[in-house]
Design a protein around this ligand. Sequence first.
Ligand code: C2E
Ligand code: CA
Ligand code: CA
Ligand code: CA
Length: 279
Amino acid sequence: AKSRDGRTYAFYTDALTRDARARIQLVANLRRALTEHEFTVHYQPIVRLEDQTIVGAEALVRWITPEGEMIGPDRFIPVAEETGLIVPLGDFVLAAACTQMARWRKAGLPCAFVAVNISAGQLSATDICAKTEAALAASGVPADSIEFEITESMLFGADSGAESKLKRITELGVRIAIDDFGTGYSSLAYLKRFPISRLKIDKSFVDDLPMSVVDGELVRAMIDMGRALHIEVLAEGVEDAGQMAFLAANGCTYGQGFFWSRPLPPERFEALFSNASQI
Ligand code: C2E
Ligand code: CA
Ligand code: CA
Ligand code: CA
């Protein structure tokens, strides 16, 4: 109900102004962070369950403020998406991941691929294909050592422009993973239209394993579907041995989660390989 009370109204607009101001401040800070190179990329291991070895990494962006505070992507990716800043930010993450991959290959680190999160706004930007080619060429890494993580909604809602871009990207050799699989749209028709390499089962299905019978059945169905379609299946958000054992016993091939490691700065990620007992 609308109040005729002047005070209530004044309070309400003050709150709006406060939110709007905070948002404008955040956008300004994000712009500054881009030009001042305050963003950095951490890497979380992706593990093959069969032998518990690290086979790849997911690149996850972090913002280190001038005050030294580390801000997680959940606090700025949505605003970056709304303002279009996701395009330069995404360019940075892709270039950083390719450069990092090139260093690891040169050092002989047995990390086969790096996965990079791609937002819808990046896919609709016209030059994503050219940028991908440029990032590959500049770093010299093979295209199949880079994986793009996209969500189901991006494929479900893909117009012909997005569809042809994704096809071109896969023709370059870049692999496509479906992120947060199972949380998006109920239609699976996109699995026929796009060459998908990997399904990443969302953490919400993994959380209550092995106790939840329903989640267990859903996860098994996703694993079986992946196997039938020759799509690799990875479980996200694995935090304990019970979840890991359920996934391994039911034929899931890859896992990612705090059970093995949190996302780490590059030098700490590298250390995981010299200290195999940590994994
Ligand atoms: P996501 O792509 O689903 O990434 C996985 C998130 O789950 C990461 O959070 C990771 O730290 C967290 N995680 C991994 N294992 C576990 C676990 O066992 N338990 C728990 N509780 N969490 C786990 P993070 O790094 O805060 O990223 C959050 C989201 O921000 C990402 O979700 C992704 O959607 C987005 N994001 C991160 N980096 C980028 C980027 O470079 N570009 C874009 N467009 N989005 C990004
Ligand atoms: Ca992801
Ligand atoms: Ca995910
Ligand atoms: Ca997510």
